[in-house]
Ligand binder design. Structure first.
Ligand code: FAD
Length: 509
């Protein structure tokens, strides 16, 4: 192709984009990555200000999202997307990012792996996905919490918090014989041993709001490695707004620039990719299906741990859980248990109307015994569609909702969970809340691999009817289990890029 700027243009520098870039540049392909964001951050502020805001604005926000999403640092990541992506929500909170590194700037770093049963309907085999899981875990650094045998690719385990360890011990003593409820130490994309440019987790326990030492994986870290390659070029502040097919593909940006390549790889996140493809997809009638995981947050108290102090650990997920609560394939949830005691206490104590000493005493009395469980339903329990907004004609609107019969399932789940909390010696506190669809940001299935028609893609993520236009983010994951999705998005992007590097020995045109 004459005048091509690269062999491949990747749009998006989140976990999917960087995972596609590595195999391509290793095979000597020229990769140009465009990202809407840049590297400017709010590093100058104190930690309290980053979390609570300079005049405590994060405490006043109540938009139904999690407290984490209400912090100034998170809002900085998602608000530009709300403003500039042209996507609005009706009964749906569109969470996306136009920041370098995407949502990995604010993710919780919990990892799940899919198995052969999970991908039974996908047009790929489990062995190829597993090879990619291994490559990704070696690259990003995975560690488990204590009480788990390490696997070859993993870093040494990190210590469990005392309350999590207590709960796990109780579970081992009396776990359900039918295996319907499983509790296990969480697997997190976090370093327990330092690597070049990244420190190991120092167990200071305020990592939920961003790790200052880089122990938690963020795809920005990969950009530093990628930029060392002569085959790789990253252009910041390049918001793609159009895609046109000519001899190959040309990307137009918000600033009026354009870049061409034989093949384009979309890694803009599920909502970002849908926005970019709006002119190429039939959005008018039923709209584009969007799978998301309905999400439940449940506060818990461990009376046995009252008045006990918390131990040094990290504040990401401590325990993972799964629960089968019925006979149907959808009656299955997974989730995580977090220790509240490892949240950044000082940020709250500083602002308690009690004075420092009394504030600390009050917080410490209960903090070590508090937990929060987050539960994810499978994506087939959501019913969300992306439509073209009839009033503006150009922007998109996501109408969100739950699947038929969801209320009945929700009641059955609550009952089953209460039984398990009791067995673990936990009291469920008031305040359990089901989030508005979208808040979870576990999205998939808009342009599924293996589906026919204009909204389907090949096993290599190539959009039907649009040769040379590939998608590697969650859009092409055909279904959404309740398991954490990002590791699979990255592995699938790695798998596709390996195939493209093998098959595209020369530029396509
Ligand atoms: C609060 C929170 C907690 C989470 N916790 C977990 C967890 O514990 N485990 C888990 O597995 N997942 C978690 N997730 C989900 C996880 O963050 C996403 O699955 C993951 O980031 C998706 O990666 P991606 O590369 O596909 O997209 P994104 O991370 O959204 O990256 C998209 C990239 O594309 C760029 N972009 C978008 N549009 C354009 C455009 N038009 N032009 C140029 N560039 C563009 C953006 O700037 C961004 O860099 C969480 C998400 C949130 C919000």
């Amino acid at each position: 192709m004459k005048g091509a700027d690269a062999d491949f243009i990747i749009i998006g520098s989140g976990p999917a984009g960087v995972s596609a870039a590595f195999p391509l540049i290793a095979a000597g392909r020229r990769v140009l990555m465009l990202d809407a964001g840049n590297d400017l951050g709010s590093q100058e502020e104190s930690r309290s200000v980053r979390i609570l805001g300079s005049d405590l604005e994060s405490l006043r926000v109540d938009d139904g999202s999690s407290p984490k999403l209400q912090t100034p640092v998170s809002r900085g990541i998602v608000e530009r997307f709300r403003r500039d992506s042209g996507i609005a929500g009706a009964g749906f909170m569109p969470i996306g990012s136009l920041a370098r590194g995407g949502l990995s700037n604010i993710w919780g770093a919990q990892i799940s792996y899919l198995d052969a049963e999970d991908i039974a309907d996908w047009p790929i085999d489990i062995a190829s996905l597993q090879r990619s899981y291994e490559r990704i875990s070696q690259r990003i650094g995975i560690s488990r919490n204590a009480d788990f045998t390490e696997s070859a690719n993993e870093q040494p385990v990190l210590p469990l918090g005392a309350t999590a360890a207590h709960i796990l011990q109780r579970h081992k003593v009396a776990k359900p014989v039918d295996g319907s409820f499983r509790l296990f130490p969480a697997v997190n994309a976090m370093l327990s041993q330092a690597r070049p440019g990244r420190a190991a987790c120092d167990l200071r326990g305020d990592c939920l709001y961003g790790c200052p030492s880089g122990a938690i994986y963020n795809s920005r870290q990969d950009l530093l490695l990628l930029r060392k390659s002569p085959h790789f070029r990253l252009l910041d502040n390049m918001r793609a707004v159009s895609l046109a097919r000519n001899a190959g593909w040309t990307v137009g940006t918000a600033d009026g620039l354009s870049f061409s390549a034989p093949r384009i790889i979309l890694a803009a996140g599920v909502l970002g990719t849908a926005a970019l493809l709006a002119d190429h997809l039939p959005l008018e009638e039923q709209g584009l299906r969007l799978l998301n995981s309905p999400t439940l947050a449940i506060p818990l108290l461990s009376p046995a741990r009252l008045l006990r102090s918390s131990t040094p650990t990290h504040s990401l997920a401590q325990l993972g859980l799964s629960l089968r609560y019925g006979g149907g394939t959808s009656d299955y949830v997974t989730g995580a248990i977090y220790e509240v005691g490892s949240l950044p206490a000082q940020s709250f104590i500083n602002r308690m109307p009690l004075g420092r000493k009394a504030g600390r005493a009050a917080f410490e009395t209960i903090a070590g015994s508090l937990l929060v469980a987050t539960i994810y339903y499978p994506g087939d329990q959501s019913r969300s569609y992306i439509h073209r907004d009839a009033t503006t004609g150009r922007s998109l609107i996501i109408r969100g909702g739950f699947a038929d019969g969801f209320e009945i399932r929700a009641e059955a789940l609550k009952k089953a969970l209460r039984r398990e909390w009791k067995r673990l010696g936990l009291i469920q506190l008031p305040g359990a809340s089901l989030a508005e669809p979208g808040v979870d940001a576990h999205f998939a299935g808009t342009l599924p691999m293996g589906a026919s028609g204009p909204s389907g893609t090949s096993a290599d993520g190539e959009l039907n009817l649009h040769p040379g236009l590939h998608i590697v983010d969650g859009s092409i994951i055909p279904d959404l289990s309740s398991k954490y999705i990002t590791m699979t998005i990255m592995a699938n992007a790695d798998r596709i890029a390996h195939r493209l590097a093998e098959t595209e020995a020369k530029p396509a045109l």
